[in-house]
Design a protein around this ligand. Structure first.
Ligand code: HEM
Length: 138
């Protein structure tokens, strides 16, 4: 599966490493997003390693990431406009760093995950409790 995804997208660990490094460099110097990240992440190196493992799992299905992103985002002071900014920096970086098919591949996945994180955050804001899966709620 990983070999097939690599062949189809041109993505590999080196490209994903570069994507994560370049993307978070932009995020950290962004006026809207930078302060939100800087106030929560003290040690960037483990965060960037975790994010490379995450993208390896998402884009190449390597299973390298073992974590739960949703609870880490619940309670962050963000609305959809923050995710739009996040996605705009991500799209820009993906096009700069990845081969075209690889950029399309990671952008599509980032858009889908951003929507679901945003929904989880809004849901938790409404209820006061994290709501991870609400099958009864459509
Ligand atoms: C406005 C948008 C976003 C903000 C402000 C944000 C902020 C953060 C922060 C502060 C952390 C560190 C949390 C901690 O260690 O306590 C984090 C972790 C993480 N974020 Fe985001 N994030 C955003 C969007 C996204 C999106 C769109 C994705 C996926 C496509 C994503 C994936 C992750 C992952 C995988 C982690 C690591 C979770 C773990 O510790 O395993 N984030 N984010």
């Amino acid at each position: 599966m990983t070999a097939r995804l690599h062949a189809e997208t041109g993505l590999d660990e080196a490209v994903l490493h570069e994507l994560v490094q370049a993307f978070y460099a932009k995020v950290r110097s962004d006026a809207q997003l930078g302060p939100i990240f800087e106030s929560r992440i003290v040690d960037w190196e483990p965060h960037l390693d975790r994010m490379t493992a995450f993208w390896s799992s998402v884009a190449l299905m390597t299973g390298r990431y073992h974590g739960a992103p949703v609870p880490k985002h619940i309670g962050l002071p963000v609305r959809w406009s923050h995710f739009e900014r996040w996605l705009s920096l991500f799209r820009e970086t993906a096009v700069e760093v990845c081969p075209p098919a690889g950029a399309a591949h990671v952008i599509e996945r980032a858009e889908r995950i951003a929507r679901s994180l945003n929904m989880a955050i809004q849901d938790a804001d409404r209820d006061g409790v994290p709501s991870l899966s609400r099958a009864d709620n459509g």
